[in-house]
Design a protein around this ligand. Structure first.
Ligand code: ADP
Ligand code: 5GP
Length: 189
């Protein structure tokens, strides 16, 4: 747990089940609003095709990840579908202090930790139009093994039940409409 950073910037957190379209929405948001700073997470997951270290994630082995946890270098961290993911603390605090809007795109357990440490942050839950559509999107993305897909779908059922904990719930049915709604929630529309 951390004390809240003395910041002029605002912390926005985006969560929701794997495959719902978080990455797609955030990429579109950043393209339209380059003043937003997106946190780059650390993970023990192996890079997918086309993922670049330091750009999509900082890819660490488990002992390096554990060392960062032990040194207090992560703002939050969680295990998800067999891998560890965490938010490097220092850059988030720096960007908030500099007054930039900061976006974290993380899973449920991490979101709950951030809710404790940054109670003034704004947390948005992205929902799929249906569970069947979520499954179609995960499969259609074509990046995960059958085992990884099963773990993600199993976890998705738990995550979807937590939607009411969040400051706002946004259904990602039509992408353009969801993006417009996200901009409105972030005060950018
Ligand atoms: P997440 O980051 O939540 O795991 P992605 O952004 O990788 O999800 O999206 C999963 C898949 O769903 C991708 O193939 C993406 O192109 C597709 N997708 C995202 N949003 C929509 C949408 N509104 N309608 C249809 N497909 C979408
Ligand atoms: P993926 O393997 O699909 O990139 O990500 C799997 C899940 O981990 C997604 O729900 C994503 O939001 C989440 N995630 C990514 N980075 C972090 C992080 O730093 N902390 C936490 N708790 N979850 C993260």
């Amino acid at each position: 747990m951390v004390a809240e950073a003395p910041s002029a910037g605002r912390l926005f957190l985006i969560t929701g089940p794997s495959g719902v379209g978080k990455g797609t929405l955030v990429a579109a948001l950043l393209q339209r609003h380059p003043q937003i700073w997106l946190s780059i997470s650390a993970t023990t997951r192996a890079p997918r095709n086309g993922e670049v270290d330091g750009q999509h994630y900082f890819f660490l082995d488990r002992s390096d990840f554990d060392a960062r946890v032990a040194a207090g270098g992560l703002l939050e961290w969680a295990e998800f579908a067999g891998n560890c993911y965490g938010t490097p603390r220092q850059p988030v605090e720096q960007q908030l202090a500099s007054g930039r809007p900061v976006v974290l795109e993380i899973e449920l357990e991490g979101a709950r930790q951030v809710r404790q440490s940054f109670p003034s942050g704004f947390q948005i839950f992205i929902e799929p139009p249906s569970f069947e559509e979520l499954e179609r999107r995960i499969r259609g993305r074509g990046t995960d093994s059958e085992e990884a897909i099963s773990r993600r779908l199993e976890r998705a059922r738990v995550e979807l039940e937590a939607a009411s904990e969040f400051d706002a719930v946004l259904v990602n049915a039509d992408l353009d409409q969801a993006l417009a709604e996200l901009e409105r929630l972030l005060g950018l529309a």
